[in-house]
Design a protein around this ligand. Structure first.
Ligand code: ZN
Length: 221
C-alpha cells in the first residue's frame, strides 16, 4: 500500500505544480499592456460538511453551485480578457472568510458567489441577485454588477418562464470583499420544476453563460 501511494503523490505534486503554473501568469498579466486581463472569482456556495439547501430528489445545493461555477470557468477559456478563479473545485469545506481571502490573494477584480434557493412553499421559484446592503451604499459598482448579472439571468432564464425576482440588498458576509461583489440565487431547489432543471447540464450551462454575459456587460467587454 505504501508503494502504491508514491505514484499518487507524484501525480498530485504534478497537478499542484500545474495549478501554480496556471495561476502565476494569469495574475502576472493582469497589468499587461495589450489585453487587460480581468480576474473574476466565482465562488461555488457551500461544500464539504455544509451541503447548503436541500431540494427535490434530495439534491444538495453544494453540488449544483460547483457544477455551475465549473461551467463558467470552461466557457471563459477562449476569452483571453477573463481569468476565472474558482474558490473551490471539489466538495470541500471552506469558510466565508477563506473564500474572501482567496479573492484578495489573486487580486480579484470582482467576486460572484453562486447559490440556489430553498423555500418551505414548493411553489416559490425564480432568480434573484443579492448585494451586501452596506457595500451597495458605499460602492456603486457593486449594485451595477448585481444588476448586470440579474439582467442576464432574467433574460436567459425568463425565456423559459423563470420569474425575475430582482436585485435585493441584504446583510451578507460578502460586504467584506474589497471588490464589487454579488450573490446570485439561480433558482429554487425546492420547486419541482426548477429543482429538477437545476440538476441538468443544459440548464446549468444556460446559467453559466448568463453569468459570463453579465460579467462582460459589467466590465464593458
Ligand atoms: Zn446557499
Amino acid at each position: 500500500m505504501g508503494r502504491a501511494r508514491r505514484p499518487m503523490r507524484a501525480a498530485l505534486g504534478a497537478l499542484l505544480a500545474l495549478g501554480v503554473g496556471v495561476l502565476g501568469p494569469l495574475v502576472g498579466e493582469a497589468g499587461g499592456e495589450a489585453t487587460r486581463r480581468w480576474v473574476v472569482v466565482i465562488d461555488a456556495g457551500h461544500g464539504g460538511r455544509d451541503p447548503g439547501a436541500l431540494g427535490v430528489g434530495g439534491v444538495q445545493e453544494k453540488h449544483v453551485t460547483l457544477a455551475i461555477a465549473r461551467l463558467v470557468e470552461i466557457f471563459a477559456l477562449d476569452d483571453p480578457r477573463l481569468a476565472i478563479v474558482l474558490t473551490r473545485r471539489q466538495d470541500v469545506t471552506l469558510s466565508l472568510k477563506e473564500r474572501i481571502a482567496i479573492a484578495e490573494r489573486v487580486d480579484a477584480d470582482l467576486y460572484i458567489s453562486v447559490h440556489a434557493n430553498a423555500h418551505t412553499t414548493p411553489g416559490a421559484r425564480g432568480v434573484e441577485t443579492l448585494v451586501p446592503a452596506s457595500k451597495a451604499r458605499s460602492d456603486p459598482r457593486t449594485l451595477r454588477l448585481a444588476r448586470a448579472l440579474q439582467a442576464q439571468l432574467a433574460s436567459q432564464l425568463g425565456a423559459l418562464g423563470v420569474p425575475d425576482r430582482g436585485v435585493k440588498a441584504q446583510r451578507l458576509y460578502l460586504r467584506w470583499a474589497r471588490v464589487p461583489a454579488a450573490l446570485v440565487e439561480v433558482g429554487f431547489l425546492t420547486n419541482p420544476g426548477e429543482g429538477r432543471r437545476l440538476q441538468e447540464l443544459w440548464y446549468q450551462a444556460r446559467i453559466a453563460r448568463a453569468l459570463l454575459e453579465g460579467v462582460r456587460a459589467f466590465l464593458g467587454l
